[in-house]
Write a protein that binds this ligand. Sequence first.
Ligand SMILES: Cc1cc2nc3c(=O)[nH]c(=O)nc-3n(C[C@H](O)[C@H](O)[C@H](O)COP(=O)(O)OP(=O)(O)OC[C@H]3O[C@@H](n4cnc5c(N)ncnc54)[C@H](O)[C@@H]3O)c2cc1C
Length: 250
Amino acid sequence: MKLFVCVNQVPDTETKVKVGQDGKTIDRSEVNLILNPYDEFAVEAALQIKDKSGAEVTYVSVGGDSHKEVIRKALAMGGDKGILIKAEGISDSSAIASMIAATLKDSGADIIFFGKQSIDYDDAAVGIMVAEILGLPSASVVVKLDLDASGKKVTCEREIEGGRETVELTMPCVITAQKGLNDPRYPSLKGIMAAKSKPVQDLAAPPADVLTEVTAMRKPAAKQPGRVLGTDKSAVPELVRLLHEEAKVI
Ligand SMILES: Cc1cc2nc3c(=O)[nH]c(=O)nc-3n(C[C@H](O)[C@H](O)[C@H](O)COP(=O)(O)OP(=O)(O)OC[C@H]3O[C@@H](n4cnc5c(N)ncnc54)[C@H](O)[C@@H]3O)c2cc1C
């Protein structure tokens, strides 16, 4: 069985993101970059299948050389090899999806895993676009996953508003992982050492149309500072007046 996991590199969740000087991109200069957290659930899902069946797990990332760090991080968790599709500064989800689809078209993939979304640009689009381009069945925001004994079908539980939905997919298929699917393992020291010698192939980016262009990016307006009206019950009448006349919430 061949499993592929698409992994993205994103700013650390602790980072205070700044808009770049061009007003269109995130300033990555002082940003600690990490493996996209949702992709860790996808990595773990693939590794659990590998643990049971010996499946081959390959990580795929589209980006510059720094994306090798997230491939190595995933390889330190487990898995066999990586592919870096070399493309810098691509902002368009459909272009990223086209490149992944072109690379995996004839790969013999049984399951292509994604995170449900990248936590930087939040499109939640790439995985489903890859499924569409390759004409594969897909399940998004998956929180539970079971392979049947024949190894031909996958049963997934999806998180939906107020509940869960169970869907069955025929392989090959695409799955996007949601928080709760599993508890991603930590890379062991042995895993980190082993990852250094696992093969990571550089591929030139296949041609892809860029369909959308980011023209501006801005942070939300700064919040007004809070006001202390008093520290005892004498402040209540003024609080009520402000809620009524200024905030107009009562
Ligand atoms: C304005 C702008 C500037 C950008 N600048 C840069 C940059 O300087 N350097 C850079 O490397 N990227 C850059 N990107 C690309 C960005 O990091 C994403 O790869 C791309 O936008 C897809 O993110 P998304 O929110 O559409 O992904 P989503 O659709 O939310 O991602 C869903 C899943 O798809 C997979 N996935 C997404 N992106 C990739 C990827 N690149 N490789 C492999 N799997 C992926 C992951 O499994 C992810 O969990 C930029 C994007 C924008 C919008």
